[in-house]
Design a protein around this ligand. Structure first.
Ligand SMILES: O=C(O)CCC(=O)c1ccccc1C(=O)O
Ligand SMILES: [Mg+2]
Length: 330
């Protein structure tokens, strides 16, 4: 006899609503300009009337499904869904896996995480960063991430020089190229960072995704040559990619964007088997996705690195933090 048959399944009524949130300052990266965050809020209600909130916040240019694919998936689901259906969501829909799995896991409780994480504040590409860090510093940020790989390298190196000489000594700086550097440019950045480490008190924590996803071998090579650490981001956007890079020998930093990584329980499993150096990072999700992402970070982060959730200043309106209100506004 199959005992599983007698284990009651979680089942819940399911509704979804798409949302759009405009950035006050568009995010400019190597890929171009991003000005509106679009996603889907999920609302599950179990037999006891308890609500579980979830969010699907894809970034297709990062390797997740598109918003349209996520919407199609939601539309074809029945309005009564089970945990079995959720665990069967295919790997080609990683943002859906995350949204549904975290929603059903939280049917029983909506608890905000006690947020005692140190947070990294995101700086826009270009000269704007030279003013922007000051406002963030006043808000308490001490770690910053600056977008590079957008302008000509000579111009960015000149701004970088001004930036590192104006940041207070206790600041930490991350650089994020979004895969936009050539091999020669990546070497120049790493050499420049290595040289600073002895000369200036400020710490260059890492260079994030210097090269394109296809260039893992080159990034492995660079990580052995320079003192400045390298973090993979686009290369490890989803769990199968994390596993593949790990198997190919990556032992540097892994940037994990929970909202697009896929199944939280499978990520949890992987992280228990392998002690990876992880940095948790936002995808400009709403408070619902953010809580689910930070819940995961609380369990999996080794706490020595700031989480990359200091992005609120990119939005025009203050975030609606109560899920019920957020839902009712859609
Ligand atoms: O990680 C952070 O500190 C902020 C988040 C961030 O940079 C980001 C946000 C959305 C999409 C891509 C990226 C990125 O890391 O490239
Ligand atoms: Mg990045």
């Amino acid at each position: 006899m199959n005992a599983d048959k007698f284990v009651p399944q979680h089942s819940a009524l399911f509704e979804f609503r798409p949302y759009q949130r405009r950035f006050a300052k568009p995010l400019i990266t190597h890929y171009g300009v991003w000005d509106t965050r679009e996603g889907i809020i999920l609302r599950l209600v179990d037999e006891a009337g308890k609500i579980g909130w979830g969010e699907i916040a894809p970034i297709s240019w990062f390797g997740s499904e598109t918003l349209e694919q996520a919407l199609d998936f939601c539309r074809q689901l029945p309005n009564q869904i089970t945990s079995e259906m959720i665990l069967a969501i295919p790997d080609c829909l990683p943002a859906c896996q995350f949204g549904f799995e975290s929603a059903i896991a939280r049917v029983r409780s909506w608890e905000g995480v006690e947020n005692n994480f140190t947070c990294s504040g995101l700086l826009s590409a270009g000269e704007v960063a030279l003013q922007q860090w000051k406002t963030l510093w006043e808000k308490g940020y001490r770690t910053f991430k600056w977008k590079i790989g957008v302008d000509a390298i000579a111009k960015e190196l000149a701004i970088f020089d001004t930036l590192i000489h104006s940041l207070p000594p206790s600041a930490k700086l991350r650089l994020d190229a979004n895969g936009g550097l050539s091999y020669a440019e990546a070497k120049l950045w790493l050499e420049t960072c290595d040289n600073i480490q002895g000369e200036l008190p400020i710490e260059i924590e890492f260079l994030e995704q210097p090269l394109a996803v296809a260039e893992l071998a080159k990034m492995l090579e660079l990580s052995r040559f320079y003192r400045t650490a390298i973090a993979l981001d686009e290369s490890v956007a989803t769990l199968p990619q994390i596993i593949s890079c790990y198997q190919q020998g990556w032992r540097g930093i892994f940037v994990i964007k929970p909202a697009i990584v896929g199944s939280p329980s499978k990520l949890h499993q992987f992280c228990q088997q392998h002690e990876i150096d992880a940095v948790f990072s936002s995808v400009f999700e709403t408070e619902i996705g953010k809580q689910a992402a930070l819940n995961l970070a609380v369990k999996l982060s080794r706490k020595h690195r700031a989480v990359g959730f200091g992005v609120d200043h990119f939005f025009a309106q203050a975030e609606v933090t109560n899920p019920e209100n957020l839902w009712n506004n859609l």
